[in-house]
Design a protein around this ligand. Sequence first.
Ligand SMILES: Cc1cc2nc3c(=O)[nH]c(=O)nc-3n(C[C@H](O)[C@H](O)[C@H](O)COP(=O)(O)O)c2cc1C
Length: 327
Amino acid sequence: MEIYLAPMEGITGYVYRNALHTLCNNTITKYYTPFIAPRPKKGMHDRERRDLLPENHQGMYLVPQILTNLFDDFTNLATEIHERYGYSEINLNLGCPSRTVVSRGKGSGFLGAPKELDHFLEQIFEKRDARGQQYDISVKTRLGMSDPEEIWNLLEIYQKYPISELSVHVRVQSDYYKKPARMEYMPLIREKYDGKLAYNGDIFSVEDYAKCMGIQEMPLMLGRGVIRNPFLSRMLQGEEVNKDAAKEQLQAFHRAVFEGYQADMDIIPAMFHMKELWAYMGDLFVDADKAKKRLKKSKNRSEYEEAVREIFRAEIDLEKKQSVFVS
Ligand SMILES: Cc1cc2nc3c(=O)[nH]c(=O)nc-3n(C[C@H](O)[C@H](O)[C@H](O)COP(=O)(O)O)c2cc1C
């Protein structure tokens, strides 16, 4: 089974990706960057450039992701990323459900304008070929804006183009991240769509994966499940992870991420990013609510580190049922 790390803005930057790559024993074969929105006149932010540097991705297959509904902006940014940083696959974000993105017709908002989307796809492939560029274009989509049945029309559009891989987050825009993933759609999609597919949505455990019928032969893209439990890809590949060893490895993983952030930013934003991570990862610890509250309230490094030590004194349970995460 192939496992991918989903793009998650604010979480899966290069610092996180590298720490996970060390922890996961090569069980993750593809890493996506969080979306980059083109800024034609200003260019990429320094942070986005750092996130693409090949020296920050030794031995990893990285796929930069672009969020836009303007074909020239896509083509120009994809060309720059391909030529300057050498990436051979660029992903288009058709999934972001946030109101500001959707109201501008981008992300999953673009799914509500199928004709324009069709034209956009035609243009980005044509322009890539006209410029003699060799990068693959993959797409990450939701099922639609409000009705999952929108996917059938969307698949007809996707089918017209040489999309290298279509990863499907089996929710509609109005589901955000909260409503249960509509897993039952994936086998039907597989029947209808000839291209390469990847599954995404609500896999938090080995049981979730076993329950999800008809996705077993396709690559699996993991988001919150692996953020919550960084051992998930190893467990899905059949490894019995030892609890005590896992705690030590998780401590080393935490240290790597925290130190990586501090090398890039001040302590307060570094702590902010860590707290975002703990909102998921904290769920693995049993009876650690007090320590997690302290962590959330921590205002400086020593308070934060003390709360982390307290959390790590609690028992870790990799089989625990997950809480509901609202993003
Ligand atoms: C905090 C957060 C940030 C996200 N950022 C992105 C993003 O930049 N690009 C994208 O395509 N999807 C993004 N997603 C969606 C995830 O990639 C994934 O599709 C979603 O979480 C469902 O998968 P999961 O149930 O395995 O988490 C984000 C999700 C969350 C919760």
